[in-house]
Design a protein around this ligand. Sequence first.
Ligand SMILES: Nc1nc2c(ncn2[C@@H]2O[C@H](COP(=O)(O)OP(=O)(O)OP(=O)(O)O)[C@@H](O)[C@H]2O)c(=O)[nH]1
Ligand SMILES: [Zn+2]
Length: 201
Amino acid sequence: MTDPVTLDAENSIGVFDEKRAESAVRELLIAVGEDPDREGLRETPARVARAYKEIFAGLWQEPESVLTTTFDLGHDEMVLVRDIEVYSTCEHHLVPFHGVAHVGYIPATSGKITGLSKLARLVDVYARRPQVQERLTTQIADSLMEILEPRGVVVVIECEHMCMSMRGIRKPGAKTLTSAVRGQLRDPATRAEAMSLIMAR
Ligand SMILES: Nc1nc2c(ncn2[C@@H]2O[C@H](COP(=O)(O)OP(=O)(O)OP(=O)(O)O)[C@@H](O)[C@H]2O)c(=O)[nH]1
Ligand SMILES: [Zn+2]
């Protein structure tokens, strides 16, 4: 992906323009028929701008910057972190989707292992962007393959999309499952082992 920071700053693409976000929120409040100057809403545009800066902070982060700690433990079996909480934002409606991610990999023999928390940090780098769940899933898998060069990767994400719960089709509780498997985890037996670990409750 192109580094967003180097993109067109004049049109505010690639930089977080807090003032612009603030006036856009003010406009939106007017558009929905609200009075942005009434007491409860006076600080709202600035608050929302700050919140968006946080929610989309992943746009300014590179996956390499979080997968920093790598060590060689001589462990060459599967490592899987299950139930990593995910909050992301649907790029179609700019409302949240929320659920869990399961991220596993098989290190290369005497290959790189990363700290467990770094897998969760990697999920956040990609979740804190305008997203679709499929892309979130493949980006996590592909960056792990690229950076750790493991023998295989599995990423499964289960989320509820607010754009399907609170509006539109209005089906609260419906979960979307996506998966990405790479390398040796494509092998049916290994994949089945990973899936049984992920699904075990
Ligand atoms: N594949 C995929 N679709 C998504 C994701 N998040 C939201 N969508 C879907 O994006 C689609 C956008 O459809 P449109 O017809 O352009 O928009 P819409 O009229 O608001 O659609 P409805 O949600 O059906 O009311 C909807 O079907 C959403 O459910 C996602 O992460 N992945
Ligand atoms: Zn949506």
